[in-house]
Design a protein around this ligand. Structure first.
Ligand code: ADP
Length: 434
């Protein structure tokens, strides 16, 4: 049992005469002593008040038992939070009415078990000046916190900016390097183009000229203008002519590729019946088909089917496709069909030849690429025909495609616009370069 505090037990004991309301309680909040002023604040007599808990005499402003629990909990643990702090409580008067009181708690020094003294006073609302001062203080604290937060934010932004700026400098340096490399590459490409132009001029003159002369002299000899020619000599002259023409054809293919590469392939656009180009091409390959006993079936379009494009190039495309069909077909027929669809003409050349395996189909349009080289080489050519064909078709704004079955035959389809497409020549030239 806790001994009741007497006036002489310690200096801080509540005095009945004291004007200040003083109350003494233990760690559980039970009131041990109180003076008359304190009892009056609690709305009871001293005798009535002693032995009650603070919770019974007072309620906290929010009136919840939890607050009591916290209050007594803090007393029990002697929490420093409570010491010297002003807590506003609501005193419950004996007759039931209530009034706010302020309580300041202090621990009684050296008391064991712990004792607490509370100084009670009628609640005095803070003066307007105090409230204003506190509000200003709060504002100052908030403003300072905001400033500090802004300073931190600014610091972060500065750091980020410094990082970004370093990154930009780095990117800039790399861009400059890339620009330099591109300039070097362009200069190298321009030099290579110059060399190609030079090569074209030399090739055209140095190779084509003597070859044309050979063909011319062969014709003079064969015609017997310079003396009589025996049958055996005529046969040999014919072989010279065939070989020279083949060589001229190959040189022309190489030159076409080179001209397209440097964007120098000349375009001669005219409007003509498509049939004329087909007839010319057919004339150039007919003999080869006859020699191989292949049937050339040509479903010619009507004369009214007009096309505006480069006739020579259409002819060259058809000669290449027909030559290949004849070359890679041992028996059967080669059939040409023409269809018109959506402003385009589709010319198909279908053979009953050896066909092309699916794994080779994607490569046959590559320059110098031959299926034969990848198996046994039996056929002539250098592997430029289809490359030239596709490039010419693209130059004319069209395309060449193929479908094939090994052992059954292949069908190549050339799609050409009936009138030149409204794209810039440079775009077509770029497509043809691929
Ligand atoms: P080449 O000078 O060898 O004929 P091309 O570019 O014209 O060169 O053709 C490339 C390859 O595609 C040929 O070597 C051949 O293997 C294959 N090819 C082309 N046309 C046909 C065809 N009609 N039938 C079967 N194979 C073909």
């Amino acid at each position: 049992m806790m001994a009741r505090l007497s006036r002489s037990s310690h200096d801080g004991a509540p005095s009945q005469a004291a004007a200040d309301a003083i109350i003494t309680f233990d760690a559980s909040g039970r009131v041990l002593e109180l003076n008359a002023s304190a009892a009056a604040l609690a709305g009871r007599t001293v005798a009535e008040a002693i032995g009650h808990s603070l919770a019974e005499l007072f309620v906290t402003p929010d009136n919840t038992p939890d607050t009591h629990a916290i209050l007594t909990g803090e007393l029990a643990t002697d929490s420093p939070l409570l010491h010297g702090r002003r807590v506003t409580l609501t005193a419950t008067w004996a007759h039931g009415s209530t009034a706010p009181v302020d309580l300041v708690i202090a621990r009684v020094p050296h008391a064991d078990p712990p004792l607490f003294m509370g100084y009670l006073r009628e609640h005095t609302p803070r003066s307007a000046l105090e409230a204003e001062r506190e509000r200003l203080l709060q504002e100052q604290i908030a403003a300072r916190e905001q400033l500090e937060a802004q300073a931190i934010q600014l610091q972060t932004q500065t750091t980020n900016l410094e990082l970004a700026s370093a990154e930009l400098r780095d990117i800039n340096a790399r861009l400059l390097e890339a620009v330099q490399q591109t300039t070097d590459a362009r200069r190298a490409a321009e030099a290579a183009n110059e060399a190609k132009n030079e090569f074209l001029a030399v090739m055209s003159h140095e190779l084509r000229t003597p070859l044309t002369a050979i063909i011319g002299y062969e014709e003079l000899l064969a015609d017997g203008i310079t003396g009589s020619v025996s049958d055996a000599q005529r046969e040999q002259l014919h072989r010279i002519k065939v070989s020279a023409n083949h060589l001229l054809f190959l040189i022309d293919q190489v030159l076409t590729v080179a001209r397209i590469d440097v964007g120098k392939e000349h375009m001669a656009m005219t409007r003509f019946p498509l049939r004329v180009a087909i007839d010319h091409a057919r004339y150039m390959v007919e003999q080869k088909a006859t020699v191989k006993r292949l049937r050339l079936v040509v479903h010619e379009p009507p004369d009214t089917l007009m096309i505006e494009t480069d006739a020579g190039k259409v002819q060259q495309i058809l000669v290449n496709l027909w030559s290949n069909a004849i070359e890679y077909t041992n028996e059967g027929s080669i059939q040409l069909d023409v269809q018109v669809a959506g402003g385009h003409v589709l010319i198909s050349v279908a053979d009953t030849g050896i066909g092309i395996a699916p794994e080779h189909l994607a490569r046959i349009f590559d320059p110098f690429w031959q299926v034969e080289r990848h198996s046994t080489r039996r056929h002539g050519g250098v592997g430029l025909g289809l490359n030239v064909t596709r490039r010419l078709a693209r130059l004319l704004g069209g395309e060449v495609t193929v479908t094939s079955t090994v052992g059954k035959g292949s069908t190549f389809v050339v799609r050409l616009p009936l009138t030149p497409p409204p794209v810039k020549r440079r775009t077509r030239a770029a497509a043809a370069m691929r």
